[in-house]
Design a binder for this molecule. Structure first.
Ligand SMILES: NC(=O)N[C@@H](O)C(=O)O
Length: 312
């Protein structure tokens, strides 16, 4: 059975149902906590009654600085939304770890961003170093991945598309809400990954709802592909892609073909003029709720609830 931990300004906690017990540890960072599993086990097995989780203000259970890497177009449903046909070459991009924010912290829309979008993603938190050249088989996953978190890959679409800039468009402060829980997995829990259901709603309206069965490149292969050119260490975060249902939708093929004939500036101006009619982009006052869990609750990453606000 997985163990849920959360982090507050006062330290680390083990969650048991709706109460939490403090972890007696000197660990501050996620990597330090992962190196002190004995303290986590002690808290998990203590008979302390604990504190109501509702009384705690959770911070991101992934501390920064750390590496934040993300998989691109890794769900068939999102590939369809994005107008992709046929085989999609696996690809990665980076996000600034300064974008990592709390599970209840406001997402801040920068003044120059009009098309702010949401992307629920399952985050893998590394528990050990992954040296370059490592080949990760399914059975090896417990040796590298310590646990799972809910993340939201907030994206400034006009920056992303007009500048083909994945890094900038997804790296502004508060653009990676993470948590509330870091679910530390036992080896047998890894057999349940495909049952995980990702759900995201905006103001209570369901927008994204898929399981990992819709995923294209699964965690073991993703880590192997990533390790061809870079390393990861304990505490680093891999976002595994978003399913369909984002606000952004590719235009119909004929429109796309005409667009391809136009100078880029004209094409994007026309494209975003049409997107301006799309009510699904995020705006001030919206509230995003995101959950990831197996149907039986054996793995449950909690509920992330983030309001949207405008930069001052
Ligand atoms: N469209 C886009 O940015 N998608 C990626 O972030 C993804 O597939 O998760």
């Amino acid at each position: 059975m997985s163990t849920n931990v959360l982090r507050t300004a006062d330290g680390w906690w083990v969650v048991r149902c709706d109460r939490a017990v403090p972890v007696e540890t000197k660990a501050v960072t996620t990597a330090e906590l992962l190196a002190d599993r004995a303290a986590v086990h002690e808290a998990a097995s203590s008979d302390e009654s604990g504190t109501p989780v509702a009384d705690l203000v959770a911070l991101s259970p992934v501390t920064s600085p750390c590496r934040v890497v993300a998989q691109m177009v890794n769900y068939r449903s999102h590939a369809r939304d994005s107008g992709f046909k046929g085989e999609i070459p696996p690809a990665f991009f980076r996000k600034a770890s300064g974008s990592v924010s709390g599970p209840g912290e406001a997402v801040v829309r920068p003044a120059h961003v009009k098309f702010l979008d949401y992307e629920i993603e399952l985050g893998l938190v590394m528990g050990a170093s992954l040296p370059v050249g490592t080949v990760v088989e399914e059975r090896d996953l417990p040796s590298y991945v310590a646990g799972l978190v809910i993340t939201n890959d907030i994206s400034a679409r006009e920056v992303q598309l007009t500048k083909t800039q994945f890094y900038e468009s997804k790296s502004y402060p508060t653009f990676t809400p993470t948590g509330p829980y870091l679910a530390l997995l036992e080896p047998e829990d890894f057999t349940r990954l495909l049952d995980l259901r990702l759900k995201l709603s905006v103001n209570g309206e369901l927008r994204q709802d898929r399981t990992l069965a819709d995923m294209i490149v699964r965690p073991a292969q993703a880590l192997t592909l990533l390790a061809r050119f870079q390393t990861l260490d304990a505490g680093d975060l891999l976002l595994t892609g978003t399913p369909g249902g984002t606000a952004l939708k590719a235009p119909p093929k004929p429109v796309e073909k005409i667009g391809a004939l136009l100078p880029p500036a004209v094409k994007w101006k026309a494209f975003f003029k049409s997107q301006a009619k799309n009510p699904h982009y995020l705006s001030r006052g919206d509230v995003i709720t995101a959950t990831i869990a197996t149907p039986d609750g054996r793995i449950d990453l909690g509920e992330q609830r983030t309001p949207v606000t405008d930069a001052k």
